[in-house]
Each structure stands twice: as C-alpha cells, then as structure tokens.
Design a protein around this ligand. Structure first.
Ligand code: PLP
Length: 400
C-alpha cells in the first residue's frame, strides 16, 4: 500500500484540475497577450481563472492579485521590494519576521540584513506560537514591514494574523502574511482583517506546481521584482503560465468548496490518528490542536532519529517528512523543535504527518501499525533511548 502523508510539502493535482489544464498545452497554446485568434482562445480562460482566484481569498476587484512562479518568488518579491523602496532609500530601516518563517522568507531576510536592514526575529513559545504582543513590542518608528506566516508548515501552528494586522494598522506598518499553509485549511478572507500582502501557492491545495500568487491591497502595490513586458499589469513580467493559472483557478475554487470537509472530517481523522500515536510511550506533539491547521501533526518519538523513522516508513510505502522539504538536503535538527527549545536529542526526532482530503482511514490505520513496529525496532537499537527515563521532562506536552 502506498500512503502519502506529506501534503504540506506538496499535494496531488486534483483530476478535475488536471482536466481543465490539459487543453492549454497542445490545443490552445496561444500567448494570451498576442493579437490574433490563438490568443483569443486562451485569454477568456485566464480571465475566468483570475475571477476564481480573487474569489478564493475574497479579494476586492480593485486589489491586485499577481500570478508568480511560486510562493518563494512572492515572498522574495515582498521583502526585496520593501528593501528597495524603504530601506535603501533611508525612509525606514527595520523589518520584523518570526524565527520560524519558511526559508523563502528567512533567507531573503538574512540577505537584506546583510545589505543593512535591521531584522527582528520574533521567538516562538514552547507551543510553537508567537504572540501579537511580541510584534507590538518590536515595532519602532523605523519599521517598514511585518511579515509573519499564517500557519507554520512544520507544526501547523496558526499565528494570530488578525491581531498582528490590527497592530500594524495602528502603527502604520505594512503587513505581509505567507498564507501558503492556510489556503484550503482555514478560511482566508483578505477583506475581513488588515493585510497588505498575502502569498499563496497552487501546489499546496491540489493545484499544479510552479504557480504562486501575491495579493496586494489597493494603494499598497509593490515595485516589480521582475522587469520586462507589461504582463500582470506590469507588476510581474514574463509570458503567462496559462495552464498553471487555469489550474490554480480550479484548484482554489475546489479548496474553498472542500474547506468544511477539511475542517471537520479531516480534522477528526487527524485527531484520532494523533490520539493513537500518542498512546506510544514517550511521544510528544508540539502545538495544541486548537491552534493548529486541521491536517498537520509534528510528533517526536524519543530516542528515534527522524531519518531512521522515515526510512522504516518509506520501506512500507509511507511518505512523511522530518521538516521542510526545502531543508531536507541537510540533516540538521528540525528548526521549529530547536526554536521551541527542545533538547538536542528530541529536536532530531520530529516527524511530520500531513493529511489531505485524499487521505483515507485505511491509510492511517496502516501507517499506525507501521509506526508502532518501527518504534519498537528502532528503540531496541537506539543507544540514547536506553538511558532515557520514561516521562523525562521535555518542555513538550504529550497527549493534547
Ligand atoms: N511558504 C511556506 C509556508 C511553505 O510551506 C512553502 C513550501 O513548502 C513555501 C512558502 C514555498 O512554496 P513554493 O514551493 O511555492 O515556492
């Protein structure tokens, strides 16, 4: 049996999404910006897809939703444009991010920091959460931007973006949120709170890879990162990815339709699976369920290297992860586990299971059996586990 529980890394393309994309490779391949009939065949489909994408986050038609190549591009765009517009010109000198942002924010922040921008990295607490108060305390008269993710890709922790947005508005500071892990898992409505920029990516909600977007509130438009032609209103040059945009439109429409299912059925399946995992002695989950996306579990099995567990799971056809796919080429400890202050041993034991609306009960039952066997086998050969007293003080909470 093959089981895919790595949906925070990427998701299967929904067959309905694939179906609407297919004609735009071989049959209708015109450049929508050209002035002939081939363009006329594609142009209306871009318009329809964009309407769906606006509706998916409830953007106002006066706002801009600009299609990019991925969320990484959108995130780079926000930070680098803020750098060019506010930091380089000396108008402001400071931005605020959390210390558990995705590498596409973290590495970009470090890059602009190396160019002279001051960066505050907000800490997370032992539950993997940041507080809105820490944002308030960090803002200065020189702060240009706060960029805090909506939901963390590793723990599923939901950050208080509504409150943070309000604080930013009060202090006249721009606010960006990376909502990559929120779309399709939580209600996302850009008109229901103060947000200037919002990033998302189609492949996290059963759309194609290589298509992302950036929402920009009217009046807060950024200078382009990619200069060239006048595509996307001049905000992002480059020939439009027609199949990708059409696919993203369908995918976000379906994700919004499936939101109730995700927040009830998938959440229930996740909770039952988590309860069963937590019956294994010496297991710990970081973030309380009430503050977590409905599909995610980051769990530690004391005494077991995450990579060893992945190996055992993979042999039985199960895909999970030890952290962000973007960081998997180095065997470092899970960065969120380190950020919450977990000890070195525990920080290396985290495994992330992330479900989707395609996950079945049978798959979870199979995974549970495989995990139990793997825990027994790996703890028998673990040198560190033998010396660990059960119920060791970890700073983490078991059995949420
Ligand atoms: N932001 C978050 C929170 C993510 O989880 C990811 C992907 O893992 C990204 C950004 C990057 O997305 P993309 O693959 O579209 O560049």
């Amino acid at each position: 049996m093959k089981v895919y529980l790595d949906n925070n890394a990427t998701t299967i393309v929904d067959p309905n999404v694939f179906e609407v994309m297919e004609p735009f490779f071989v049959q209708k391949y015109g450049n929508p910006n050209s002035l002939h009939a081939f363009a006329g065949e594609t142009h209306p489909h871009i318009k329809t897809a964009m309407t769906k994408i606006y509706a998916g986050i409830n953007a106002n038609t006066k706002d801009s939703v600009v299609i990019t190549s991925c969320a990484t591009e959108s995130n780079n765009w926000v930070l680098k444009s803020i750098y060019f517009e506010y930091i380089l010109t000396g108008k402001k000198n400071h931005i605020i991010i959390s210390e558990v942002e995705h590498p596409s924010i973290m590495a970009t922040a470090r890059f602009i920091e190396s160019m002279g921008c001051k960066v505050t990295y907000l800490p997370i607490n032992s539950e993997g959460l940041i507080t809105a108060q820490s944002v308030r305390d960090s803002i200065t008269s020189k702060t240009a931007l706060v960029s805090v993710m909506w939901a963390n890709n590793e723990t599923g922790a939901i950050f208080p973006v509504e409150e943070i947005g309000q604080i930013c508005e009060e202090h006249n500071v721009l606010f960006h949120t990376d909502a990559v892990q929120a779309i399709g898992k939580l209600p996302v409505n850009v008109q229901s709170f103060n947000v200037d920029y919002l990033t998302f990516s189609a492949h996290k909600f059963h759309g194609p890879k290589g298509v992302g977007a950036l929402f920009m509130k009217k009046g807060k438009e950024l200078i382009p990162l990619l200069h060239g032609g006048s595509q996307m209103g001049g905000y992002r040059s480059g020939t439009l990815n027609v199949p990708g945009i059409v696919g993203m439109g369908k995918a976000i429409e379906q994700a919004v339709d499936a939101l109730d299912f995700e927040m009830s059925e998938i959440r229930e399946m996740r909770d039952d699976f988590e309860d069963a995992l937590l019956e294994i002695p010496d297991t710990f989950v970081v973030t309380p369920r009430r503050n977590r996306t409905p599909n995610t579990i980051l769990i530690s099995f004391r005494g077991i290297e995450g990579e060893s567990m992945l190996w055992d799971l993979n042999r039985e056809g199960i895909a999970a992860s030890t952290g962000s796919a973007c960081a998997s080429e180095d065997l470092e400890a899970n960065s969120v586990m380190e950020a919450i202050g977990a000890d070195e041993d525990l920080a290396h034991t985290a495994i992330r299971f992330s479900l989707s609306r395609y996950t079945t009960q049978e798959e979870l039952d199979h995974t549970l059996e495989v995990v139990k066997k793997a825990v027994t086998r790996l703890r028998e050969i673990s040198s560190s586990y033998a010396y660990t007293p059960e119920g060791h003080e970890s700073g983490l909470t078991a059995g949420h």
